[in-house]
Design a protein around this ligand. Structure first.
Ligand code: BT5
Length: 328
């Protein structure tokens, strides 16, 4: 590891305390100039680091492998954590080396530089101010059950984020707080010779983003926990809480094949049930509909204007938007 990486690790481990040259140089042989240069490198890399009287400190907590291991030592599944500095996409990273990751591995990045959304869209993130997480799973399921993973993940994430406000789920994959998107889910599958090898469950959560971190086009529909609560949150606690709820829903589902426990959360916390929406599917004009239900397969049941019957929508093919042109 380079000196700046050692300094980063120390800052992460002792957050919110400061690191002085005197304490740092007890563990890592370096001159004071080397120490100051290491801090400067971290600042150039955009880490949320500040200094006072030759002490460095982090202004917000960052992802800490040690803390995550402590917080998840009692989860149902073992979760090895892989924390990267900056990578284009944690999902792409997980998919590219899929066979090297064991079941339950969680890939995280301090900075995800080219995050992916659904249907070719983009997911934006700022160094240290967002959670980018990819969970590797190898379930033995048929591919028809794939959309259920989005609903299971949404239910777990919505519950884990309840500690910060009245979060809701905007089917199929958005978590919203006070009417704006706070987190998104992208599930990708890995096939080998037409056989489903596994899944990567990608989650992006806006933790400490400020208004100026969002592009203008996102300001009306995106928000962060910091903007909504004005508080510093601990990403490690959020990740551990999410994994705890996820593991519970997932292990129960594998055992019982019943989707009710998480679908009922999706219904209870739905931002769309009963609402007038527009349904968008590729190469078709948007269609007006009313949301009636979410069924046990995780499909959104809508009533299209002028249709006699209800129509189930599968999450892979559609996105939906409020009829009043708002986000929800
Ligand atoms: C999503 O897609 O919401 C899925 C986001 C998944 C991101 C995670 S991060 C870890 C893993 N690795 C990846 O590369 N991706 C996953 P979708 O429903 O298609 O929403 C994308 C749309 O949300 C964009 O077109 C923007 O309008 C908006 N958006 C982009 N960045 C946002 C942000 N940070 N906060 C809120 N909205 C955002």
């Amino acid at each position: 590891m380079t000196l700046d990486q050692h300094l980063l690790q120390t800052l992460i481990d002792i957050y919110p305390n400061t690191v002085s040259f005197e304490s740092f140089s007890k563990h890592y042989t370096c001159s004071k100039d080397d120490f100051l240069e290491a801090g400067r490198i971290l600042q150039i890399k955009d880490y949320p680091i500040s200094h006072t009287n030759n002490h460095f400190y982090l202004t917000i907590p960052l992802i800490s492998e040690a803390k995550l291991n402590r917080l998840t030592k009692n989860t149902k599944t073992h979760h090895p954590f892989i924390v990267k500095e900056a990578i284009p996409s944690t999902n792409t990273f997980a998919l590219n080396s899929f066979s090297s990751f064991e079941e339950g591995s969680v890939i995280l990045a301090h900075h995800q530089t080219k995050g992916k959304g659904r249907l070719g869209r983009q997911w934006s993130a700022t160094m240290g101010k967002s959670i980018a997480l990819s969970l590797v799973l190898r379930p033995t399921i048929d591919s028809q059950s794939l959309p259920l993973f989005t609903q299971l993940t949404a239910a777990a994430l919505c519950q884990a984020l309840k500690a910060y406000g009245d979060t809701q789920i905007k089917w199929p994959n958005d978590i919203v707080l006070n009417g704006k998107k706070i987190a998104g889910i992208l599930i990708e599958s890995q096939f080998q010779e037409n056989q489903l090898e596994g899944l990567v469950i990608g989650i992006g959560i806006n933790t400490h983003l400020e208004h100026e971190d969002f592009e203008d086009s996102l300001l009306h529909k995106a928000t962060s926990l910091k903007i909504e609560t004005r508080q510093i949150v601990d990403p490690n606690v959020i990740i551990a809480d999410f994994l705890t709820v996820f593991d519970q829903f997932y292990s129960d589902w594998l055992k019982t094949h019943k989707t009710y426990p998480f679908i009922s959360v999706c219904k209870k916390e739905s931002a769309l049930l009963g609402k007038e929406i527009h349904v968008f599917s590729p190469n078709e004009p948007p269609k007006a509909a009313t949301v009636k239900d979410i069924n046990e397969k995780g499909e959104l049941i809508v009533h299209y204007q002028g249709h006699a019957q209800l129509t189930p929508l599968q999450s892979l093919d559609f996105s939906v938007r409020n009829s009043q042109n708002g986000y929800i």
